[in-house]
Design a protein around this ligand. Structure first.
Ligand SMILES: [Zn+2]
Length: 406
């Protein structure tokens, strides 16, 4: 509670609240939808300038985030590294893409009141990028910063599955002791201790076309076969708790309704709480496909699987979370806890690769992925102080970090 435990450089962050809010407004007014190559390039240039000016001693690399057919050509990830030789290494990451396309109606910010900014990506997650930047700026002015090395990775494709950057996270996990993912906090201020693994399958049913009126009909209706399959797999979550299965769309048949359709297809969203659930889930999806195909005399093919593994709660995270809460209390943040999140983040890759991390440590806000998205701008500076104080205590050796296997 005593302010004596907070270095002046960290206390001083509260005076930057208005400036950080203005920076957020500027960044969120740049459209950087995941598919908008020119907007991503503009945002990358802003980030390079902002982080580059703040940390002139950091090394900078621009990494290709190519993922043909998935990311716009030329998409880049940005990496800044400071003191890679230091004994303790932390990893901080955030994505600068948003879900709002170049032609989305939601393009610019609007202040709902003096402390609440409505705008595209304000909380998911340009606000988080500013928390990261401000926290590291404060850390660099603290007396023990020289003992802590850090790496920042800013990526352009999280909202579409991180297809061009996944390997960067997996590789970074191996050279760090702890990670920080600046996805938004919950509206309550709570952070995230675990996330579901996410992915999906495409189920394709092949039947046999025939005249609809021919009796007896030798046709095999692919739509009915697929419908039976979707109804059957909707029961899997009751057998495997923690698993979610959602038939997201469906197509099939032809324009002619006097034909027994020989084709139908559906894309199905999958989520798992534990990595151990993945194999049994895939096995059930395949087994039900075989059973349904046999019953309906059709063929059912399944492709796909998990894209992001689940982020499970790591013992090191559990050991350090009270210290993160203590730092929050020392900078005057209202008390918060941590919760399970159904959505995935790049923290999933870090967790699965063995790097413990705190996720959801960005500013408070809500209604992500909608035109109602807002950020409580007044939470940016204290959230940055929270991270900075935690990092300062790591650097000072006040918080002991179990060495990661690397
Ligand atoms: Zn996000």
């Amino acid at each position: 509670m005593s302010s004596a435990t907070v270095p002046p450089a960290i206390s001083a962050l509260s005076a930057r609240a208005a400036e950080l809010g203005a920076l957020l407004e500027r960044w969120a007014n740049i459209n950087s939808g995941s598919s908008h190559g020119a907007g991503l390039a503009r945002m990358a240039a802003e980030l390079r300038a902002g982080f580059g000016a703040a940390f002139p001693a950091a090394t900078f690399e621009e990494l290709s985030a190519d993922a043909p057919g998935l990311n716009p050509p030329g998409a880049k990830a940005l990496r800044f590294r400071m003191r890679p030789q230091a004994a303790r290494q932390v990893f901080l990451c955030g994505h600068y893409d948003t879900v709002y396309a170049a032609d989305d109606a939601f393009q610019s910010c609007r202040w709902l009141d003096a402390g609440t900014l409505n705008g595209p990506g304000v909380t998911d997650m340009k606000g988080g990028l500013i928390v990261m930047l401000a926290a590291l700026e404060a850390l660099e002015k603290t007396p023990h910063a020289a003992h802590l090395g850090w790496e920042v990775l800013l990526t352009p494709d999280e909202e579409t599955g991180s297809h061009g950057t996944r390997a960067m996270f997996e590789e970074a996990a191996g050279r760090h002791d702890f990670g920080f993912v600046f996805e938004p906090a919950r509206p309550s201020g709570d952070i995230i201790h675990s996330r579901k693994g996410t992915g999906g399958i495409t189920a394709t049913c092949h039947g046999r076309a025939a005249h609809a009126a021919k009796i007896p009909n030798d046709g095999r209706n692919a739509i009915l076969g697929l419908a039976a399959y979707l109804l059957a797999i909707a029961k899997i979550p009751a057998e495997l708790p923690g698993v979610m299965v959602n038939a997201g769309n469906i197509r099939g048949g032809t324009a002619a309704t006097n034909v027994v359709p020989d084709f139908a297809q559906s894309e199905i969203d999958l989520r798992v709480t534990r990595l151990a659930d993945h194999e049994p889930l895939m096995a059930r999806l395949e087994a039900v496909a075989r059973e349904t195909a046999a019953t309906h005399d059709v063929k059912i093919e399944i492709t796909g699987g998990l894209n992001r593994p689940p982020k499970e709660n790591h013992p090191t995270e559990a050991a350090l979370f009270p210290e993160f809460q203590r730092a929050a209390q020392d900078v005057g943040l209202k008390p918060f806890t941590w919760v399970h999140g159904g959505g995935a983040s790049d923290g999933n890759f870090l967790g699965a690769a063995g790097l413990p991390c705190f996720d959801g440590i960005g500013p408070e806000g809500d209604f992500l992925h909608s035109a109602r998205e807002y950020c409580r701008v007044a939470t940016i500076a204290p959230r940055a102080q929270n991270v900075a104080l935690f990092l300062h205590r790591l650097a000072a050796g006040e918080i002991k970090l179990p060495a990661n296997a690397r």
